[in-house]
Design a protein around this ligand. Structure first.
Ligand code: SF4
Length: 345
């Protein structure tokens, strides 16, 4: 098991529930837009949010953003240690920075010291796209071992400063390399792991790559916090992350939809019905299983493990609860009646 760190009041690692992270794509200095986006993400289920801090204007917005939101705020910094110090002073909850990129040892010590003083963890974020040249030469490109070596290089710099409040990520755009790197890392250290596949593309393939990479690692018991990276509205990342956690069996919160694959017995517009139910379920947070089945003959039986469900007939459907039929309902009222029943659970 990994050791536990805390980002604000959210525990990561050490058996804590796997948390969902995302990253804003608003300009950080635009406080109003950034806060609005974070609130939307929080509503969707995001538990830790990161903002890019490319300059001092962004760093100086961190305090105002933090005081307007209720989830922990991570600042993402490349190279400039002064930006890290400014963000720590502004009250950020964690810093993502690679100590090997910030130059002289006293700068690393200054950042580590400031974070230690305030109990702020540092995430080392190794990325296949920005791996150090000597490692690329040694391993002939981005490999799992190269990513792990890079992480240990950064970790050593912090440990030399007496700093161990660390989380690590090892992302690449290749699913097999990313998975192998995390697996290797989990065998070699007990720092909590922030897992994700990077630059996955647009949602169609991006969600699949993330589901295979993140979901596969979670199923192996690896990973303490996750971020799905998509070229899309970040709220899509959060929805995908929630689904991956559910599919990997890492979280049991919220409803789960099961629906039949349809076949020659299907007697209702099952696909439309399943989509309609899925959409409305985003507003439900009960840990229930809801079934949408295509026929009344096999549907209730096949979905008897579901808490509630509907099975479609011609122009009507059956509402059922744990395999037992509750009543027959006209098609137009099916979804309404289903959610009325869900309300009573
Ligand atoms: Fe076919 Fe009915 Fe099973 Fe759906 S529930 S796959 S319609 S038999």
């Amino acid at each position: 098991m990994t050791r536990q760190i805390r980002v604000g009041d959210v525990p990561i690692g050490g058996g804590a529930p796997v948390t969902i992270q995302s990253m804003c794509n608003t300009p950080t200095q635009d406080v109003e837009a950034t806060v609005a986006q974070i609130k939307g993400l929080e509503h969707a289920g995001c538990e830790i949010i990161r903002v890019a801090v490319p300059d001092m204007a962004a760093a100086q917005a961190v305090g105002e953003i933090r005081s307007a939101i209720s989830i922990p705020l991570v600042v993402d910094i490349h190279f400039d240690y002064k930006l890290a110090l400014a963000c720590v002073a502004q009250g950020c909850d964690a810093v993502r920075i690679n100590p090997g990129n910030i130059g002289a040892r006293d700068r690393v010590a200054a950042v580590a010291g400031a974070c230690k003083e305030r109990g702020i963890p540092i995430r080392i974020g190794v990325n296949g796209g920005s791996l150090e040249k000597p490692l690329l030469e040694k391993y002939g490109g981005v490999t799992a071992q190269a990513l792990v070596d890079s992480a240990f290089g950064h970790i050593r710099l912090l440990e030399d400063c007496g700093f161990e409040d660390i989380c690590v990520s090892l992302k690449s755009s290749s699913v097999p390399i990313t998975m192998a790197a995390y697996k290797l890392m989990s065998e070699k250290c007990d720092y909590p792991l922030h897992i994700g596949v990077t630059e996955t593309g647009t949602p169609k393939m991006g969600i699949l790559k993330s589901a295979v990479g993140i979901g596969g690692l979670l199923a192996l018991g690896i990973g303490d916090t996750i971020r799905v990276s998509l070229s899309a509205d970040p709220v899509e990342e959060v929805y995908a992350a929630r689904d991956i956690l559910k599919a990997a069996g890492a979280r049991r919160e919220g409803p789960e939809l099961i629906s039949c694959p349809t076949c020659g017995r299907t007697r209702i517009d099952l696909i439309g019905l399943a989509n309609e139910v899925e959409k409305r379920l985003t507003g439900v947070d009960k840990p229930i299983t809801v079934a949408v089945m295509g026929c009344v003959v096999n549907g209730p039986g096949e979905a008897s493990a579901a808490d509630v469900g509907i099975a479609g007939g011609v122009g009507e459907g059956l509402l059922f609860q744990r395999g037992q039929i509750v009543k027959k309902v006209p098609r137009e009222q099916l979804v309404e009646e289903l959610f009325r029943l869900i309300d009573t659970l």
